[in-house]
Design a protein around this ligand. Structure first.
Ligand code: E4P
Length: 218
């Protein structure tokens, strides 16, 4: 399972990368705004900075919602760095654009996926990744993890190359359940990734080992 970090914060990206387990980065316009990165020039520079930090796919989202605009913007983003994956929303114009990018060797991440039908369409259009937002489904009392299972079955039935990128991950159980179901990638905050390392018995055991060592080495 690949681990992507879902942030535009360079310090968090560096921290995750230093762990040696980071495979890529996803961003979106809200995450950029959270870091006060505004204006085309600053956003472009920030994508380049992220790409220099991480040796893996970096999703950069288009703002346009019409076919021509998505193509223009996506081609500019893809030219910024070979790590860039063009993130396209799940709308009919987006599906057309994903087909165009796929036919022209540009990798895509179809974002804002909330149903198996949307995922199937994106895969048929040739998306490199599809991003089901599991946390946002849970937020409205739907079952995000069940969507991952359904998508896995459908993609396996037809051997789609499209990777399932579990997005909107909120906590370590999301990551574990996605791993059990065979999601290809998960993207989440640094906090959820670090929480995977925590166990009270690990802390207790380590404390005891160190105390016993210190007793014998006084
Ligand atoms: C995915 O690529 C999105 O950036 C992201 O996972 C959205 O997550 P949120 O629901 O925590 O905003």
């Amino acid at each position: 399972m690949k681990f992507f970090i879902d942030t535009a914060n360079l310090d968090e990206i560096k921290e995750a990368n230093d762990l040696g387990i980071l495979d890529g980065v996803t961003t979106n316009p809200s995450l950029m705004a959270k870091e006060n990165i505004t204006g085309k020039q600053n956003i472009t520079k920030h994508y380049r900075d992220i790409c220099h930090e991480v040796n893996g796919p970096v999703s950069a989202e288009v703002i346009a919602t019409d076919y021509k605009g998505i193509i223009e913007e996506g081609e500019i983003l893809a030219d910024l760095h070979h790590n860039i994956v063009v993130k396209v929303p799940m709308i009919p114009e987006g599906i057309k654009a994903i087909r165009h990018f796929s036919d022209n060797g540009i990798r895509t991440n179809c974002t804002l996926i909330f149903s198996a039908g949307q995922a199937l369409l994106a895969a048929k259009a040739g998306a490199t990744y599809v991003s089901p937002f599991i946390g946002r489904l849970d937020d409205i009392s739907a079952d995000g993890i069940a969507l991952i299972a359904q998508m896995r079955r459908i993609f396996d039935n037809y051997a789609f190359d499209t990777e399932i990128l579990a997005a909107s991950v909120r906590h370590p159980m999301h990551i574990i359940e996605c791993a059990e179901l065979g999601a290809d990638v998960m993207t989440g905050p640094l906090k959820a990734i670090l929480q995977l390392s925590q166990h009270p018995l690990t802390d207790k055991g380590l404390e005891q080992f160190l105390a016993d060592y210190n007793k014998g080495n006084k």
